[in-house]
Design a protein around this ligand. Structure first.
Ligand SMILES: O=C[C@H](O)COP(=O)(O)O
Length: 274
């Protein structure tokens, strides 16, 4: 099955869980993925981004589960005198397929700007990692302004990309909805996502894109989004594997409903699901 036709669910654990809890979480997620038909047949694509010290243990816990592995950050150079840095080359070597770039917390806490994000995105692509590029407006204002800010962030991150990005996952994360009690309203997500989708599909620097929503995403949200996004980027509300399983179930139901609407297609559609 073409990945682009799947519902995509990513989870970043940020720095919330210690290593022991992270590994226990990964074992539970691996178990749920191994027994979940939608994960096993590829109609739901699930990936996890643990903190770096737990990466290898999480990889082993997820072995054979079809859950993808990734990191929450990388450095823009691959080798050299860069104390404390983590390279995309090494992430790839230890089994990562994904890497997050440009999260609002990296911008706010670590001072990352558009230029740093551009270099990190290039490093991800250079090393065969699928970038999960986070974009989002700082404050809630009118939707056209939010769209403009997000598209500017995408444009800056892609820069003068000399090679086409094979697959870009864009996580639309309004900063005001991160770490909140509730996600952004469904109508808001749909309005902004539609404009982002238009911009991405017209961008020759991107061969294929997947648009997911993040910011207090939780069980119940996917059903309210009516297919306006290709999936979710989850944080706190995926810490409980049972809650995550509810979201996987909802993603599977959406996928089935969509295939049904299309008259029983096998889902091998090269374009985005929605
Ligand atoms: O990386 C994930 C997002 O920032 C969302 O986190 P959150 O669901 O805990 O708000």
């Amino acid at each position: 099955m073409d990945d682009h036709a799947a519902v995509t669910l990513g989870v970043s654990l940020k720095l919330y869980l210690d290593t022991r809890s992270t590994v226990a979480w990964a074992r539970a997620v691996g178990e749920l993925a191994r027994r979940h038909p939608a994960v096993q047949d590829g109609s739901v694509r699930l990936f996890a981004l643990p903190s770096l010290p737990a990466l290898l243990q999480v990889r082993d816990a997820l072995d054979g589960s079809a859950v993808g592995l990734g990191a929450q950050d990388l450095f823009w150079e691959d080798r050299g005198a860069y104390t404390g840095a983590v390279s995309g080359t090494d992430l790839r070597q230890v089994g990562c397929s994904y890497v997050e770039v440009g999260h609002a917390e990296r911008r706010a806490v670590f001072g990352e700007d558009d230029e740093i994000i551009r270099k990190k995105l290039a490093a991800a692509v250079r090393n065969g990692l699928t970038p999960v590029l986070c974009v989002g407006e700082d404050v809630r204002e009118a939707a056209p302004e939010a769209v403009a800010q997000c598209l500017a962030q995408i444009d800056a991150a892609l820069g003068d990309a000399s090679t086409v990005v094979p697959e870009l996952i864009v996580a639309y994360e309004p900063v005001w909805a991160i770490g909140a009690a509730q996600p952004a309203p469904a109508e808001w997500i749909a309005e902004v996502s539609a404009a982002l989708r238009t911009g991405l599909s017209a961008d020759p620097r991107v061969a294929a894109s997947t648009l997911i929503y993040g910011g207090s995403a939780q069980p119940g949200l996917l059903g309210r989004l009516g297919g306006s996004v290709d999936g979710l980027f989850l944080g706190r509300f995926a810490h409980d594997p049972e809650q995550l399983e509810r979201v996987v179930d909802e993603a599977a139901a959406m996928r089935s409903a969509h295939v049904g609407e299309r008259g029983g297609s096998d889902g091998n559609d090269p374009v985005a699901l929605w």
